[in-house]
Design a binder for this molecule. Sequence first.
Ligand SMILES: CC(C)(COP(=O)(O)OP(=O)(O)OC[C@H]1O[C@@H](n2cnc3c(N)ncnc32)[C@H](O)[C@@H]1OP(=O)(O)O)[C@@H](O)C(=O)NCCC(=O)NCCS
Length: 178
Amino acid sequence: MKYYKKILGDRIYLSPINTDEVDSYLKWMNDESVAVPFGQYHRIVSSKNDMKWLYEPNSDMHRYAIVLIKDDILIGNISLHNIDHLNRNAFIGIFIGEKEQRGKGYGAEAIRLILNYGFKTMNLHNIMLTVHADNYEGISCYKKVGFREVGRLHEWIFKDGKYVDKIYMEMMKRDFGV
Ligand SMILES: CC(C)(COP(=O)(O)OP(=O)(O)OC[C@H]1O[C@@H](n2cnc3c(N)ncnc32)[C@H](O)[C@@H]1OP(=O)(O)O)[C@@H](O)C(=O)NCCC(=O)NCCS
């Protein structure tokens, strides 16, 4: 068994990372549709030495593989990062690596699972995320889960020859209903 059903949903589960899957992560870090929103596209990522975040995550980070229940296939990654236990807040980072697995609700399900875990197990109070203003699929997904925009940095991200805004969105524990 390569994965562990640590946080179980209806169609997916979140498992501690299996670093044997490094080839999948290397492929995704060189796929523009993942690497640009993930902030890795301007870097050379060619071996596990370039994947410190995978092998040696910071102590203020919890990183999980997103795995399909029906066939135990890895489809992406979700993390709580910059976890601040004093002020009880954190950020979410997520990607669904395979394009054909996007738009099927797996991202929303993974986010609901990590929010539930963050609020009810880790006793967090406010969970935020950031998204590029031209990431319409991401913004739709986050709004569907209940995130709301709380601010934006104008022309903060340089991509494909232009600047785009960086949006901050948040979910308070009380708004998640737990
Ligand atoms: C962002 C991401 C994690 C969302 O996961 P997902 O599984 O695709 O999301 P969901 O299927 O739950 O929701 C996506 C929603 O966007 C909608 N959508 C798709 N394309 C859209 C577009 N161009 N404009 C507006 N909405 C769009 C879908 O219809 C869906 O909404 P619905 O369920 O109400 O129909 C995933 O698309 C992804 O990994 N993208 C590449 C990497 C990335 O952007 N990571 C996030 C960085 S902040």
